[in-house]
Ligand binder design. Structure first.
Ligand code: GRF
Length: 217
């Protein structure tokens, strides 16, 4: 099938979510993978898959902000339908967020709005919450903020440590993220001009079957 829904993925590290997005791409095509870390293992994976990559080290720039500007300038030249942040560990500048309103998504390893930021698994354990999970959301101005598209959750067991919990959540991420992306590509999920998330009947039924929690419909 010809996919003309072009996606750019931003990463900073190992790229396990990128791999799940590549392996489960049905209705989208990942055209480029960009990174602030030229040594990111996910970039090697992308190249092995024949996907174009784009990265320059921080030392090439006078500031992190300049490096980010360059990366997003490159992204714009590729004219993506959607930008996907998959473990991209930099804060996106407000003007970039504005220019990709409804066209940039992120995955975060917590049940947002709980635990934005880093060390989510450790913090969830310390807070003794009964459940944890992951969220896919449109990117907003706050760190890990913006309209939540879908979430997947798991129980926290008494014997869990941060490592065990992170593995369990990562499995959820690898199912949830491609599901959301495929449904955005088909138009089964979108955000309208009033910032309301819209889900087709198919998306709603599949979400129920998969135990995914959808944002406000
Ligand atoms: C994932 O847990 C993702 O939710 C978070 O960063 C991690 C990236 O992992 N934003 P990977 O590089 O996709 O393996």
């Amino acid at each position: 099938m010809q996919n003309d829904f072009n996606v750019i993925v931003f990463i900073s590290g190992r790229g396990s979510n990128l791999k799940s997005l590549v392996e489960s791409a049905q209705h989208y095509k990942i055209t480029h993978v960009l990174s602030n870390k030229p040594e990111a293992p996910g970039l090697s994976y992308a190249r092995d898959c024949g996907i174009s990559t784009c990265s320059r080290p921080r030392s090439d720039f006078s500031s992190v902000k300049e490096q980010k500007s360059w990366l997003f300038e490159q992204a714009a030249t590729f004219r993506p339908n959607l930008i996907v942040l998959a473990g991209y560990m930099q804060i996106v500048e407000p003007e970039v967020v504005d220019s990709y309103e409804g066209k940039m998504i992120n995955i975060h390893p917590s049940l947002l709005p709980a635990f934005p930021g880093l060390d989510t698994h450790k913090r969830a354990l310390e807070a003794k919450v009964p459940e944890h999970g992951c969220s896919v959301h449109f990117v907003g101005h706050e760190v890990d903020g913006g309209p939540i598209i879908a979430q997947s959750k798991c129980q926290i067991d008494p014997q869990d440590n941060a490592h065990i919990l992170a593995s369990r959540v990562l499995e959820l991420e690898h199912r949830l993220f491609p599901w959301v992306l495929n449904h955005i590509a088909t138009g089964d999920i979108f955000i309208d001009s009033e910032n309301t998330l819209v889900y087709s009947d198919t998306a709603q039924k599949e979400a129920t079957l998969n135990d995914f929690i959808l944002g406000t419909t």
